[in-house]
Design a protein around this ligand. Structure first.
Ligand code: IZC
Ligand code: ZN
Length: 431
């Protein structure tokens, strides 16, 4: 008689996108739903899904180690946050008044503040301090229903500190229930010691940083802040092509503030994703669509920067058949929030995405943005049992009733890590 680790019963409504690849355009709205459902899990993976009465019959005679009653609640795939600047020192609330008085984000950076202020704090911080601060943020994310995230470096801008950040992410990947996928973003800003010598700093990234990070296997992706006054399209291309030679797939902060042509570059070099895209042109979006680049849109950032302009998610979906993903962009400057549920609300309010599109963007498409679409992002046989249990009757309720946390429970690889809105993972349970 074969064994079963976990049988989750009493699922009032199971909602999930379906597939092993990103869903594009209008297909994003097409989600699969079963009421009165159950899920069977073995060795961290989903082995059966269906109507509870039917599954009960099918599994008759199997010995079940643990049964979990979802008490009629809605269950979705665990949410995935594919763009965060998780590991950093300090915070930047001292810049709030400056921001509110109308000083633009790029001007604060040009004056040695912004990213460069976090670089100073990250260089000063010990690895332990960075670890503890990031762990607290991960706990917040887990309580929000997030089971996997991407984490970027980029607050070191020197080899030693970039390595320190990436090692913290690696240790958290081993110790925290949330899975972390790492991105090297040495090209996040030009450090003060290279002010006015951006090309030289690009060479340092290519010759001194990339080889070490690749040799130590500390990152899977390489990212660049391609923006007016930061890295040009040509410099970004050089860095990302070099990253590719070391086996790192390309991501790019593209056309956030100025339409430089980052989206076109993403299409040209077949980046896995391009992020922000508020200013992306039709040509840029068309180039991305042709190459299957995933637009990762970050409505919390435009909201927090007080912009009236937002990424053209409707256009991306309706006119360019792009597979949109959503993310927090959690960082201490332009988007200091771990709350994916705030992003869900803003995606409805400011991007006019439907609740079904939002779910796909926060699960399967987010998984594809970090190369994980074959193992996570949907509730399907063979995928990891990463699930979020909601205190909400349906998907539309999530952006509708805003400003509170709707997550009741989280299952990570078949293990209950949040229940009754509390963290239940213990240090000794580390994966
Ligand atoms: O620390 O401001 N945009 N990078 C590019 C950021 C925002 C993070 C920050
Ligand atoms: Zn970012």
């Amino acid at each position: 008689m074969s064994q079963l680790d976990l049988f989750i019963t009493g699922i009032g409504r199971l909602v999930t996108p379906i597939g092993q690849q990103a869903r594009r355009g209008r297909d994003m709205g097409d989600v699969f739903e079963i009421t009165d459902a159950a899920i069977a899990v073995h060795e961290g993976r989903i082995v059966a899904i269906g109507k509870e009465v039917e599954l009960q019959q099918k599994l008759e005679g199997r010995s079940i180690n643990r049964t979990l009653d979802a008490a009629g609640k809605m269950v979705t795939p665990g949410l995935i946050d594919p763009h965060t600047h998780l590991v950093h020192g300090g915070s930047r609330e001292h810049e709030l008044a400056l921001k509110r008085s109308g000083v633009p984000y790029l001007d604060i950076l040009a004056q040695g503040g912004g990213i460069l202020s976090t670089v100073r704090k990250t260089r000063e911080a010990s690895e332990e301090q960075l670890y503890n601060q990031a762990k607290q943020s991960l706990d917040e994310m887990l309580l929000q229903g997030v089971t996997t995230i991407e984490a970027k470096s980029g607050y070191g801008l020197d080899l030693e500190t970039e390595l320190k950040q990436l090692r913290v992410a690696q240790r958290l990947q081993a110790a925290h229930p949330i899975d972390l996928v790492s991105t090297f973003m040495g090209a996040h800003a030009v450090p003060v010691e290279y002010a006015g010598r951006t090309d030289e700093f690009v060479q340092v990234i290519i010759e001194n940083m990339l080889p070490v990070i690749a040799a130590e296997k500390l990152a899977e992706f390489c990212d660049v802040f391609c923006e007016h006054g930061v890295f040009s399209v040509e410099q970004s291309r050089r860095i990302l092509e070099a990253g590719k030679r070391y086996g790192l797939k390309s991501k790019i902060h593209a056309d956030e503030i100025v339409a430089l042509g980052g989206a076109e570059l993403a299409g040209e070099i077949q980046a896995i994703s391009a992020e922000h895209l508020l200013a992306a042109t039709d040509q840029g979006l068309a180039a991305m669509s042709k190459s299957g680049v995933i637009p990762v849109v970050l409505p919390g950032t435009s909201f927090n920067l007080g912009l009236t302009k937002h990424a053209r998610a409707r256009d991306m979906i309706d006119n360019f058949a792009l597979p949109v993903a959503l993310s927090t962009d959690y960082n201490p400057g332009s988007c200091p929030t771990e709350s994916i549920q705030l992003i869900i609300m803003l995606a409805s309010l400011n991007l006019n995405m439907s609740p079904e599109e939002i779910l796909t963007a926060c699960t399967l498409n987010a998984a594809a943005a970090i190369g994980r679409e074959s193992s996570i992002g949907s509730i399907e046989i063979g995928k990891h049992a990463d699930l979020t249990v909601w205190n909400a009757p349906n998907l539309a309720y999530l952006p509708y009733h805003f400003g509170i946390n709707h997550t009741f429970g989280v299952i990570k690889r078949g293990r209950t890590v949040v229940w009754d809105r509390q963290l239940v993972h213990r240090v000794e349970d580390a994966k």
